[in-house]
Structures are given as C-alpha cells and as structure tokens.
Design a protein around this ligand. Structure first.
Ligand code: RIB
Length: 303
C-alpha cells in the first residue's frame, strides 16, 4: 500500500487569520495584531499532510468556486503534488473562506463560510467512483454535506477500503455512517459530543472511547492536544503521550494528525505506531503559524 491509494474527500478554504492577545468574548470588539491569508480547509489540510508525509500522490475530491481564490487553490494543490483531477468547480458559488482568530496561547476560534464546499454532491462523487473503489484508504471530515460523506463512506467500505472519519466540525452523525468506519479521530470536544461523556481524566477518556466504539467503529482515536491521544483498538485502551512543545498556533494540528495517521496505516504501521507518528507530526505543526504553512515534511518526522 502507498499514498497513491489515499483519497481525501473534503473542503478547501482560504483562511483569513488575525492574531490577538485573546479570543473575543460574545459582543466584544478587540484590537488584534498581525493579519495573514493562508490555504486551509480541513480536507485540503489533510491531503497536504498526506502528500508531504507520504511517498506518493494522494487524490483530493472537493469543490471550489470559479473565482480567484479557486484558481489559487488549484495552483496550491498542484504544487503540493496532489491529484486535482476530481477538484470540481462550481459556476455560481464562491470558494470557501474561514475567519480565524489565534490567541497568545496558540488557541484558535474558526468560523467557516462553506461556499462551494457545501455543493460537493453525490453526482460529483459518482464521477470519482472508480478512484474511490480502487483506493486503500478514504479520509473524510464534516465540512462537506453529510449525505455526500455518508455516500462516499458506503462506496469505499463496500469496495474494501479503510474509511477514516475526522468528525470536525461536529454535526449530527447518523449511526448508519459510523458502521462504515475503520477509524474515527475526534478531538476531546467532539468525543464528548459523540459519547455524551465529559472527559476530565484518563478514565473518562477511556469511557468515551468505549462508548463511541460500541456504536460500531473499530478503532477510536481521541486527540487531546499536548496530552497526546487516547486510543481504543482491538478492545484495548491506550494513552499515547506526545512530546512537550511550545504551541504558537494550533490551527490544522488535528488535520496534520489525521493525514499522518493515514500515511502510517497505509505503510502498514499498527494503529499505535501510526498514532505515534501522527502525534509527532501534529506536535511540529503547532510550533508554526497557519494551516497548510504549518504542516511538516516527511524528513522532519521520525518514525
Ligand atoms: O482545521 C483547521 C481548518 O478548519 C482551517 O484551515 C479552516 O479552513 C477550517 O476548515
């Protein structure tokens, strides 16, 4: 298996980022510091991570607008050695945009105007059916319509590929979707929403992972930022800690983790070893600014 057979289906956004001392409270206006624009979108960040960390060209299935941001998106993705043959262009709706604030601790808050991402539909997926059916791994998130996500998951599952879902941003996930998954990779908040269990320590993290896996998902990996990840795989619970890092911007750390995890699995690593590789890659990303600009290359990640 190699990354030529990894297909990522998801969003592309242009991120408009302001760094500020703190995140604004509701109704509050604050003065920020520097502003920059950067390529983002959970799907695009994850496929860039796969491309930079893996050995072959991954496929990206997405929808952008017929505008300057969309044109720029294509150039960025091609320069990243990504197969853009299934990046569709919507004639009417603009490319997705994300407004991001990052505080002094590197924490962020993000609002996405989905634009063309919300138009990625089942007819588009049918055009990419062949490549999905031949894939080894399909990686999904929730910034595109849930019906499309479920349709891809079912198609990929039935043709024997491993379906991995990063349930971000969290929405109502039908149980029918969960049964197609080889692995789910929520962060702490998403895991709490999925399981109904508040995570305060390792016991509650294990209980949440257990509750999610009982819905029919084989492997559950809860990412916990600087504390690493809680994993339930093959009926066993594990806490895989991460190296301590000084975080300056956590944007796309989860995306880097998911991309790296897929590369690890595609190269035959165990779930535990793929999580270790993903922890390392995500740890590097938080030491850098921005989304795609923060994702490390293979030579930087020890395996
Ligand atoms: O996960 C980070 C990403 O979320 C950003 O790049 C932004 O575009 C939103 O999709």
């Amino acid at each position: 298996m190699n990354t030529e057979k990894i297909v990522v289906v998801g969003s592309f956004n242009i991120d408009m980022v302001v760094r500020a001392d703190k995140l604004p409270a509701p109704g509050e206006t604050i003065l920020g510091n520097d502003f920059f624009m950067n390529s983002g979108g959970k799907g695009a960040n994850q496929v860039v991570a796969v491309s930079r960390l893996g050995k072959e060209k991954p496929v990206f299935i997405a929808k952008i607008g017929n505008d300057l941001l969309g044109k720029n998106a294509m150039e960025v993705l091609r320069a990243e050695n990504i197969n853009t043959g299934y990046v569709f262009i919507d004639p009417e709706i603009p490319t997705g945009v994300a407004l991001i604030t990052v505080d002094k601790q590197g924490e962020n808050s993000i609002v996405v105007a989905s634009g063309a991402n919300a138009r990625l539909c089942i007819e588009d997926i049918d055009k990419a059916k062949d490549i999905i059916e031949k894939s080894d791994i399909v990686l999904l998130q929730l910034e595109t319509p849930i019906e499309t996500v479920e349709y891809v998951a079912k198609l990929a599952y039935r043709s024997g590929s491993k379906v991995i879902l990063n349930p971000a941003p969290m929405r109502n996930i039908p149980d029918s979707l969960l049964k197609y998954l080889y692995a789910i990779v929520p962060n702490r908040i998403e895991a709490e929403m999925l399981s109904g269990i508040t995570i305060v320590d390792s016991n509650s993290a294990c209980a949440a992972a257990d509750a999610i896996s009982r819905k029919g998902v084989k492997n559950v990996i809860i990412t916990m930022g600087g504390s690493g990840a809680f994993v339930k795989c093959d009926g066993i619970f594990l806490h895989i800690s991460a190296e301590k890092r000084e975080a300056i911007d956590t944007t796309a750390a989860g995306d880097t983790f998911c991309g790296a995890f897929c590369v690890g699995i595609s190269e035959g690593l165990s779930v535990t070893d793929a999580v270790k590789m993903a922890n390392t890659a995500a740890g590097i990303s938080v030491t850098r600014k921005g989304a795609q600009s923060s994702i490390p290359y293979r030579k930087e990640v020890r395996i």
